[in-house]
Design a binder for this molecule. Structure first.
Ligand code: BDR
Ligand code: CA
Length: 308
């Protein structure tokens, strides 16, 4: 079977890290590049973190390309309180060997799209994709597929209405969802069904590998943050859902929908309005609605255990 040519557009981020390591452990995916964007932390840090993860995975063949340093119209309001000041839980790393390439993330994406069918997993704010649209008009219809982690059908996680990736750059998200690419969206109501617990962190530590130790270490403060704010240590695997969808599409139930982004609301800026009425049932925009967490966790454990 042909491997899926994939670029991960990302703002690592501890759950981005799990998504990236899941993708890099999976033979079904031909991961060509990590393109970085400002989001969880500034783009200097997300790019450094992408390089750290490439080293950790032992995959120097994967290109790291730096993207947008700020949302389209506002200043960055990051999520360092959730992901650590460095974006990866503030553990020790040595200076990475992996380098970033000279090409801007958006130009690299355009070139890879021109070279063959390309899938994009977008797991940070959508600034790079919006710039890709404006710099390369009509490019949306030449992309095989875009799987986005973002938005929420019901409650947000930054405000009562808005999820972080969309709230961070609503103008970019509005443009992306208005474009004609085939989008599959993994909103919070889906990603909150995908959680790791302390047993899973112990399993990762027990693997006795660098990947196992480091993933457990970066997820530890994420669990502690969740406990402070939500009263339990659930480790929510938001971004891994975009990769799980590519690896096991039958594992996530989806439905057709139309997605719009609120950019002006006084209390609802950054909210996604997900219209699931029957008229949109066969829309090329698909929204994830349900998954079985034990099946996902077993899948993730097996894939991360492949690192030696
Ligand atoms: C999303 O926001 C970020 O903090 C996470 O990395 C994820 O992409 C979840 O709302
Ligand atoms: Ca992310």
């Amino acid at each position: 079977m042909a491997r899926t040519r994939l670029v991960i557009d990302t703002d690592p981020g501890v759950d981005d890290a799990v998504a990236i390591l899941l993708a890099l452990a999976s033979d079904e995916l031909d991961v060509l590049a990590l393109t970085t964007v400002a989001g969880n932390v500034a783009v200097d840090k997300t790019t450094l973190n992408a390089r750290r993860l490439i080293d950790l995975a032992g995959r120097p063949d994967v290109v790291v390309a730096r993207g947008c340093a700020a949302p389209l119209v506002t200043a960055l309001d990051d999520a360092g309180d959730v992901h650590g000041l460095d974006g990866l839980g503030d553990i020790e790393w040595s200076e990475p060997v992996a380098r970033e390439c000279a090409e801007h993330a958006v130009d690299l994406l355009a070139r890879l799209i021109a070279e063959g069918p390309l899938t994009i997993a977008a797991i940070g704010p959508l600034t790079n994709l919006a710039l890709l649209q404006s710099r390369y008009p009509g490019i949306e219809s030449r992309v095989e597929r875009v799987v986005i982690m973002g938005g929420a059908s019901f409650a947000g996680n930054v405000t009562a209405a808005a999820e972080f990736n969309i709230w961070c750059d609503p103008e970019a998200a509005a443009r992306v969802f208005a474009g004609p690419w085939p989008i599959t969206l993994m909103p919070l109501d889906l990603t909150h069904q995908a959680t790791l617990n302390d047993d899973d962190l112990a399993y990762l530590r027990g693997l006795g590998t660098e990947v196992g130790r480091r993933v457990a270490a970066i997820l530890e403060p994420y669990a502690a943050y969740h406990e402070r704010w939500h009263g339990n240590r659930d480790v929510i695997m938001h971004d891994a859902m975009a990769i799980y969808e590519l690896l096991a599409p039958e594992a996530i139930a989806k439905q057709g929908a139309q997605v719009s982004v609120e950019t002006a609301g006084q209390h609802t800026r950054g909210a996604t309005v997900i219209d699931r009425r029957r008229g949109y049932a066969s829309s090329s925009t698909r929204v994830g609605v349900a998954l079985d967490n034990p099946t996902f966790v077993a899948f993730l454990r097996e894939r991360l255990a492949r690192y030696r």
